[in-house]
Design a protein around this ligand. Structure first.
Ligand code: AKG
Length: 326
């Protein structure tokens, strides 16, 4: 996989008139839309590890029932929620150009329905700082309206969290999750751009960070973005997106109100971090340990001249890359 990245960078595919062989702009692929009917179909999709939009599956009565008014009445107009309130429609986790504000559900919903730049990512009601969200216990009065279709029983069996998401006119920043994700759009419409794991080198993720500040919706022409492989999805009510682990993604709303539930699930036998993980995006244990090892290595070279350090770091980086199991 790492080899692929090097090949893309060293052997670019497109030509320009000035003889510069690098692509000018990334080419966007559409994410395939398919109908599934059996557990076997979904197993094949999960094994392939590529994003897919699943259509025609039964998500329960939520698709017809969930309006702003219905949710306000059933969740409770006074129920307190912590929402992202943004000053710009482009939220950026690194610069924190938004605030976490506690408000009652009715005010939140009214603001969203009037074009507000708000975003609710529900957290566990009981233990928000150390347990993942679960729609059944966090929102019992509406949870039975939503169900994963029976053909997704693998997802249900391996569920990590189920998160109610209500968005206004605010983009979700580019990030990746470590858990696999079935994103179920229930009301409204949303565009997503997804990038395969091999593109990580070009998307400006700081070491150890799972969020990037790059605004991928403003164009894919910068020299680094031009080397990426974006995949686009437009989701409407009833659409389910399989978002594979480590696929970097950003979203932008196409309607004032968007309602979704996403189910994160485990699809690795082993390797997840054993520490606290509320959001399903804590890096795998081997990476966390690897970063400590890298810090130790860097330290052991620190007394050498800079050019020597650079030479040996490059040699070590090449050796690390050669160890990827194919
Ligand atoms: C996720 O499910 O990981 C997302 O990023 C969802 C973003 C959104 O609801 O717009």
């Amino acid at each position: 996989r790492f080899q692929n990245v090097i090949e893309v960078a060293d052997h670019p595919t497109k030509n320009s008139s000035r003889g510069d062989t690098r692509p000018q702009r990334a080419t966007i692929s559409d994410i395939p839309k398919i109908r599934i009917s059996t557990e076997g179909d979904i197993e094949k999709i999960l094994r392939a590890g590529k994003p897919v939009i699943l259509q025609g599956s039964d998500l329960g009565t939520c698709v017809s029932k969930w309006t702003g008014a219905y949710l306000t009445e059933n969740i409770g107009s006074q129920r307190k929620v912590v929402v992202h309130e943004a000053s710009s429609s482009k939220m950026d986790f690194n610069s924190k150009n938004f605030s976490y504000i506690t408000k009652d559900f009715a005010s939140f919903m009214t603001e969203v329905e009037n074009g507000g730049k708000q975003y609710l990512r529900a957290l566990s009601e009981e233990h928000p700082s150390d347990q993942p969200a679960n729609i059944e216990t966090d929102f019992p009065s509406i949870a039975s309206d939503f169900k994963l279709p029976p053909e997704l029983s693998f997802v249900k069996r391996n569920e990590f969290s189920s998160v109610l998401r209500i968005s206004g006119r605010a983009n979700m920043w580019l990030h990746y999750d470590v858990m696999a994700n079935i994103y179920c759009q229930i009301s409204g419409s949303k565009k997503l751009l997804l990038f395969p794991p091999d593109d990580v080198t070009y998307l400006s993720f700081a070491p150890g960070a799972s969020s990037s500040s790059i605004d991928v919706f403003s164009g894919l022409e910068t020299p680094n973005l031009a080397l990426t492989h974006p995949h686009e999805a437009t989701l409407g009510p009833g659409d389910l997106l399989f978002l594979p682990p480590l696929w970097m993604h950003a979203t932008t709303p196409l309607t004032d109100l968007g309602i979704a539930v996403n189910v994160f699930f485990r699809n690795l036998e082993t390797g997840y971090s054993s520490g606290r993980d509320v959001y399903g995006n804590r890096d795998v244990a081997a990476y966390e340990k690897g970063r400590q090892d890298v810090a130790r290595i860097a330290n052991s070279f620190s007394k050498l001249p800079r050019d020597m350090q650079a030479f040996y770091m490059r040699r070590l980086a090449d050796e690390v890359a050669q160890n990827v199991v194919r």
